[in-house]
Design a protein around this ligand. Structure first.
Ligand code: KG4
Ligand code: ZN
Length: 336
């Protein structure tokens, strides 16, 4: 049978990325151009700068992905691109570019939901996943528990009512003077701290709710830091980081367990940038293996934003001929 070759493109936030993927599992090339250094001096992503950076890097990144795969547009089956959620100016660069290339090449355009793609990063490396599956998606913008009944069939069981887990980690890291993005910095410095030194709250909400809330937990940390500052006390940054990281992980693990109990699924997929967190992986691994539940997560490089996950999701859309119209637009607030 003919090979299915997908070019996947991601530009929703601060990574310009492109990947060439054959038959949903053979990754021929993967290029990620990160803008982290550009945004670092502002302490977070500046939307206008992000769009302009995507404009600069879009074509070179795509060309490099094709070159490394030793392919040209005529080899491609389709082009898959993130159309939401994300920053509108960033999304528009990818959507317009992908549209132009697919139209000129005479191949289908596939619109990808960024959240779905994070989950599909798991399908790139694991080829024996059987539905139903439960996904815990933890990123900078989202915290979701999702039941996957089949390819393309999702039920959101719970989501954050305020801050995303990654967002809370980023804000606490910023206040601690650890820089952007905060998650990896918290993980690094927490290794030197005691996770039991501060008893930060764990927001669980109503007893049977699968929703999350990280804003109050974040505020508790910021209050502790402010109070200490007013009293002229020096708090240990590693201790605060370790204690907050532990609080966030406790909530994520508890909610994942509740979701598993409710849905009776046998496999949990971890996804999103925070899924790269080593302690979260380790804690979930231990908790779930004790209960006979399989835990699956992508390699760290496929947890944070990347084109390979877009190509992987695109492959499954291609199989069901789920193509986008030429009028495809950016949808900044797209949900699952
Ligand atoms: O999925 P992602 O790259 O972008 C969004 O779609 O939001 O996630 C970025 C988030 C940031 O909040 C970042 O601090 C967090 O993922 N993150 C981590 C780690 N690596 C990235 N959080 C905790 N531990 C990590 N190792
Ligand atoms: Zn993302």
């Amino acid at each position: 049978d003919k090979e299915i070759i997908i070019l996947g493109i991601e530009t929703s936030c601060d990574e310009t990325s492109a990947a060439v993927l054959i038959n949903g599992r053979d990754l021929r090339s993967h290029v990620i151009s990160s803008q982290i250094i550009t945004h670092q001096k502002y302490g977070g992503v500046v939307p206008e700068i992000a769009s302009r950076e995507h404009s600069l890097h879009f074509q070179p990144v795509v060309q490099q992905a094709l070159d490394e795969a030793q392919m040209s547009f005529s080899d491609l089956s389709a082009i898959a691109v993130t159309y939401g959620p994300g920053l509108v100016g960033s999304l528009l660069v990818g959507v317009s570019g992908a549209k132009a290339m697919a139209y000129a090449a005479g191949i289908p355009l596939i619109g990808i939901n960024h959240l779905e793609a994070h989950i599909y990063a798991n399908f790139l490396e694991h080829h024996d996943l059987e539905f139903p599956l439960l996904a815990l998606l933890v990123s900078g913008g989202h915290t979701h528990l999702i039941l996957l009944e089949d390819h393309g069939q999702y039920k959101v069981l719970g989501l954050t009512r305020d801050d995303a887990a990654g967002e809370a980690l980023d804000k606490v890291a910023r206040t601690l003077g650890l820089g952007y993005p905060g998650g990896p910095q918290i993980q690094r410095i927490a290794l030197k701290g005691d996770p039991h030194s501060f008893q930060f709250p764990r927001a669980m909400l109503e007893p049977d709710s699968l929703d999350f809330s990280f804003s109050g937990m974040k505020s508790a940390v910021l209050n502790t830091l402010n109070t200490a500052k007013m009293r002229g006390e020096e708090l240990s940054v590693p201790d605060v980081a370790a204690s907050f990281q532990q609080a966030v992980i406790d909530v994520l693990v508890r909610k994942a367990l509740m979701g598993i109990r409710l849905t009776k699924v046998k496999t949990l997929l971890l996804a999103g940038g925070v899924a790269a967190n080593a302690l979260l992986r380790e804690t979930l691994n231990q908790t779930l293996s004790e209960r006979g539940i399989r835990l699956v997560y992508p390699s760290p490089i496929y947890c944070t934003d990347n084109g390979a996950m877009i190509a992987t999701a695109g492959y499954y859309h291609y199989l069901r001929e789920d193509y986008a119209p030429w009028t495809l637009n950016a949808v900044p607030g797209l949900s699952l």
